[in-house]
Design a protein around this ligand. Structure first.
Ligand code: XMP
Ligand code: MG
Length: 184
């Protein structure tokens, strides 16, 4: 699939599976005995693969909600100004909420999301991201669970796209530069 487009496989399917299982186990321990089901909030579209795998790996019941947001500005860097494209379907007041993110880069999107959701008075609000880039460390966003810290390179696969392609790859990799120059 996508022959020759992937320059380097950064994280294999097996490594993703192992990490998702490990994160789910940790979350299960931390949320044992909460009142009500844990509410997972996946950020579309990038977190879809992570969300579905994570929910199935989690030993305790969880409910699934999705949000879609878009940040204004260029497509490669985040401005921190965020627009809700699809809001949650239900009220999260007094619920234990865990945001699932595919990747945190500047952290601006997440910072906005945390502010927005915490205003809805959840019982608790935490973040679990599969990937984190180096710049994210500079921003003061509390991220309780991190799968992999990766180098500052653009990655695709396992939900992450370039021009809506490559989300369906089962692994995470970097793109061959020819892809950027050829256009789609
Ligand atoms: P910030 O900078 O606000 O942005 O943390 C996070 C969002 O930026 C996108 N993003 C990427 N998407 N490969 C992608 O496919 C990448 O390497 C990458 N880095 C950032 C992504 O939408 C994420 O939610
Ligand atoms: Mg994208």
């Amino acid at each position: 699939m996508y022959d020759g487009d992937i320059a380097f496989v950064l994280i294999t399917e097996q490594q993703i599976n192992d990490k998702v299982t490990e994160l789910a186990k940790q979350v299960d321990e931390d949320y044992r005995g909460i009142s009500g089901d844990l509410l997972l909030v996946g950020v579309l579209k990038g977190a879809v693969m992570f969300m579905t795998d994570f929910a199935r790996a989690l030993p305790q019941p969880a409910q699934l909600e999705f949000m879609a947001v878009s940040s204004y500005g260029s497509s490669t860097s985040s401005s921190g100004v965020v627009r809700i494209l699809k809001d949650l379907d239900r009220d999260i007041a007094n619920r234990h909420v865990l945001i699932l993110e595919d990747i945190i880069d500047s952290g601006l999107t997440l910072s906005w999301l945390l502010k927005n959701l915490s205003a809805r008075n959840p019982a608790s609000l935490e973040v679990c991201t599969l990937l984190r880039k180096p710049d994210a460390v500079q921003v003061d966003v509390p991220v309780r669970y991190v799968g992999f810290d990766i180098p500052n390179e653009f990655v695709v696969g396992y939900g992450l796209d370039y021009a809506e392609r490559y989300r369906d790859l089962p692994y995470i990799g970097t793109l061959d530069p020819k892809v950027y120059t050829a256009g789609v």
